[in-house]
Ligand binder design. Structure first.
Ligand code: DSN
Length: 416
């Protein structure tokens, strides 16, 4: 396996890679945006298209020798178009942020108005955060969730009509409920705005019918490829033929130079996997596991934003327990569980501290964890939160996490 080749060249790095493999094997991975790729996807990332410059698009490149990577890129485009039922796809964005940036670059001029979901209510940095280019170069209006943790569509419409944005962004990074793309389209039409759906988190669920699709409603659909879609790290922008040339120009030369053709090859492999019936079953299990984990939290007295989940993630609300997301996520790491601190709606604490923890099931479902395991994980986490200062109790809970990890070996065929 490749690690032997790396070891021969650089033991310092090969040892760290093995250490990371060990960490992943001995951790219950609940970061909602992470997943474990197939070994085929992972292997494809380490192949020879990494050597090729291919600025431009298939059939229209700025370098010679692109005939093979053209074929790879066209296959990736065709597969992702089929997966999401769209007319055009650009598979070159290096990340979800760059996919979003491409739409903003194509649709807007500096100073134009965007309406996006507030970051602290579940949106994303690129949806208009003042800390991000989207909030620095554009005029931002935002919407959030109601007291129950649901998007308040009446309010979205009110804000849209008040501000007259040129672009409305829907899609979230920390929202546990179904997004009504049809309703967003109605609002965008009333406001005379373009609609962009960032489905990075729910892409795998959308592709398999476990979340309604924005296709047919959104003018632009952006996604990452490495979350519920379980591909390599990267992004995609999709749109109708009408916007195809403009979006392609925004990606290159607007934002990026040479595309990562080895990653595009790995995206193609992942899209093939996502088109297979097994992936539909996997996505169904992601949602079943998330619902079972949410149930376990509620049964064990832990509050969740919106009280549960419709998708792959949930957010623990720690306010009643007077604990912080920062402390609890750090404590969970000690008991072999990774999750991330996250703001809850109207969080009194800063984004560095937070009153919430976001958890998701895409990675553990890939590993094979089942609904009965979710009950146990919910109990472990609830006990740990309630006894977060009790080192002996935490050590016992850490052992239980390791037992679960041992039940579902990760990458059993990967060895040094
Ligand atoms: N960082 C991603 C997440 O964790 O949701 C969003 O880009």
């Amino acid at each position: 396996m490749e690690i032997e080749i790396i070891k021969a060249a650089d033991t310092e790095i090969s040892e760290l890679i093995l250490k990371e493999l060990d960490r992943q094997r001995n951790t219950i991975e609940l970061i909602a945006s992470e997943n474990f790729t197939s070994t085929a996807v992972m292997a494809t990332c380490g192949t020879v298209p990494t050597n090729k410059y291919a600025e431009g698009k298939p059939g229209k490149r700025f370098y010679n020798g692109c005939e093979v990577v053209d074929e790879i890129e066209i296959i990736a485009q065709e597969r992702v178009k089929k997966l999401f039922g769209v007319e055009h796809a650009n598979v070159q964005p290096h990340s979800g942020a760059q996919a979003n940036m491409a739409v903003l670059l194509y649709v807007l001029k500096p100073g134009d108005k965007i309406l996006g979901m507030d970051l602290s209510n579940g949106g994303h940095l690129t949806h208009g955060s003042p800390a991000n280019f989207s909030g620095m170069y554009f005029d931002i209006a935002s919407y959030g969730v109601d007291d129950q943790g649901y998007i308040d569509y009446e309010n979205v419409e009110k804000v849209a009509l008040e501000h007259g944005p040129k672009l409305i962004i829907c899609g979230a990074s920390a929202y546990a409920r179904t997004i009504d793309f049809k309703r967003f389209k109605e609002i965008a039409d009333k406001a005379g705005a373009f609609l962009m759906a960032d489905i990075a988190h729910i892409a795998g669920l959308v592709a398999t019918g476990h979340h309604p699709s924005p296709a047919g409603y959104a003018d632009f659909i952006t996604t990452t490829t490495h979350k519920t879609l379980r591909g390599p790290r990267g992004g995609v922008v999709m749109c109708s033929k009408e916007h195809a040339a403009g979006i392609d120009k925004a990606v290159f030369p607007g934002l990026q130079g040479g595309p990562l053709e080895h990653i595009i090859a790995a995206k193609a492999v992942a899209f093939k996997e996502a088109l297979a019936p097994e992936f539909k079953e996997y996505s169904e299990n992601v949602v079943k596991n998330a619902k079972a984990l949410a149930r376990s939290f509620v049964d064990n007295g832990i509050d969740l934003v919106s009280g549960g989940t419709d998708n792959h993630l949930m957010i623990i609300d720690l306010r009643k327990l007077d604990k912080t997301g920062k402390d609890i996520s750090n404590m969970l790491e000690k008991i072999h569980i990774t999750a991330n601190k996250n703001t809850v709606p109207n969080d009194p604490k800063s984004p560095f501290v937070t009153s919430g923890v976001r958890l998701g099931t895409p990675a553990i479902t890939t590993r094979g964890f089942k609904e009965e395991d979710m009950k146990v994980i919910g109990e472990i986490i609830a006990e740990a939160i309630k006894n977060s200062e009790d080192e002996q109790k935490l050590a016992e809970l850490g052992k239980k996490s390791l037992e679960l990890c041992a039940k579902y070996p990760l990458y059993p065929d990967l060895t040094a």
